[in-house]
Design a protein around this ligand. Structure first.
Ligand code: SF4
Length: 290
């Protein structure tokens, strides 16, 4: 009999932005319509496979530009203005699942970029270069913003005038503060840094929950797609307080030796990890021959 007590973090699971995007896609597919999604709906392969079985067709940017008279879902990460222009030109119906938090951020970034262009300042986006949300934000600035993914990159950058610093919604607050500190140290006394902490509460509120879970259990199984930014960040939080924290994307990755001497196991995940996958992982842990 398996001796482990397995607890799922009830604060884990999709954030509301991803729930909304998934619901919109499911509604269209349930009507039997063809629906394309520009990029992966979520950074989670298991969920992508589930949506593919429902009929969702994931396309890349090149294919998007070649399609005409179809329906395309813009996912929660948001899109740059160019995507809307292409959709209009090609008579594409857009199902816009951009998360309201991202939409608001896009607006603030757009306004700040316009102000900086007028006053000779700089907009800095702290985030992962190439990440869909960052590309969407960069588009709001007509690609004028500087993207940095860590404080070390600041040394290579040159800032004009006052700086306005934003963050991708799923980055960590400590790393954001490090970047702000580094920028501040590079500015002369005539110029200032305005910090706009745009990290999403859906992510930051999970930090204490996963830390609590990691402290309360012998082993932590963190379930997430490898491409998830907040998955990486939240997993690092678990690891910082419990060295027996393991990052897994599917049950087949579980290794029995992780649970030697363990009595309790906590299961948690990223904002792109569905609850069904956490439950599946819990069952897989319980069915290990321990
Ligand atoms: S993490 Fe926050 S900003 Fe990103 S999709 Fe989820 S709710 Fe929206």
């Amino acid at each position: 009999m398996n001796r482990l007590k397995v607890t799922i973090d009830r604060k884990s699971g999709f954030c509301f932005g991803v729930i909304n995007a998934t619901k919109l896609a499911e509604e269209v597919l349930a009507r039997g319509e063809t629906l394309y999604c520009l990029g992966d709906l979520v950074h989670n392969s298991a969920e992508i496979i589930r949506m593919r079985k429902l009929g969702l067709v994931t396309i890349d940017r090149q294919m998007f530009e070649s399609l005409k008279n179809v329906t395309v879902l813009f996912r929660a990460h948001g899109e740059p203005p160019l995507s809307y222009e292409i959709a209009k030109k090609n008579n594409i119906t857009v199902i816009d699942a951009t998360c309201p938090v991202v939409l608001k951020l896009q607006q603030r970034v757009r306004e700040s970029a316009a102000l900086s262009a007028k006053n000779g300042g700089t907009v800095v986006l702290f985030g992962k270069r190439g990440h869909a949300e960052v590309e969407g934000l960069l588009g709001q600035t007509k690609n004028s913003a500087i993207v940095v993914s860590n404080k070390d990159e600041i040394k290579e950058k040159k800032f004009d005038g006052n700086v306005i610093l934003f963050s991708q919604t799923t980055m960590g607050k400590e790393a954001y503060d490090d970047v702000a500190k580094e920028i501040n140290s590079r500015l002369d006394s005539a110029h200032s840094l305005k910090k706009i902490n745009s990290i999403c509460g859906q992510v930051s509120r999970r930090i204490p929950a996963v830390i609590e879970l990691a402290l309360a259990n012998d082993v932590v199984i963190f379930v997430s797609g490898k491409k998830s930014s907040n998955g990486k960040m939240l997993y690092d939080k678990c690891l910082s307080v419990n060295s027996l924290s393991y990052f897994v994307s599917e049950p087949s990755e579980l290794q029995t030796e992780w649970f030697t001497n363990a009595v309790s196991v906590g299961i948690c995940g990223a904002t792109s990890t569905p609850v069904w996958q956490l439950e599946e992982m819990a069952e897989a842990v319980k069915s290990l021959n321990l």
